[in-house]
Design a protein around this ligand. Structure first.
Ligand SMILES: [Zn+2]
Length: 81
């Protein structure tokens, strides 16, 4: 009985984590395009395709504490402004 209960708890945790991940990255706005590793990176990061108001369809990865997706082209503009 205890084994069944702990198995149910494990499943509930996995479902909760899945829902939380989906909430952070809504499917309607971003499309997962795969893990990629850039030169100098320690590991691969998940890349998402999304629409930038200025540049249209772009690809980037979640960055920073809020794990926000930012258009790489807009980031370049920020840098040189
Ligand atoms: Zn942009």
């Amino acid at each position: 009985m205890t084994a069944v209960l702990s198995a149910l708890v494990s499943v509930a945790i996995i479902i909760a984590a899945y829902l939380a991940a989906r909430h952070l990255i809504p499917r309607s706005k971003y499309r997962y395009v795969g893990h990629r590793q850039m030169p100098g990176w320690k590991g691969a990061l998940p890349f998402y395709e999304f629409r930038c108001k200025v540049h249209g369809l772009v690809e980037s990865y979640p960055a920073g504490y809020g794990q926000v997706l930012r258009c790489p082209l807009c980031q370049d503009l920020d840098r040189y402004c």
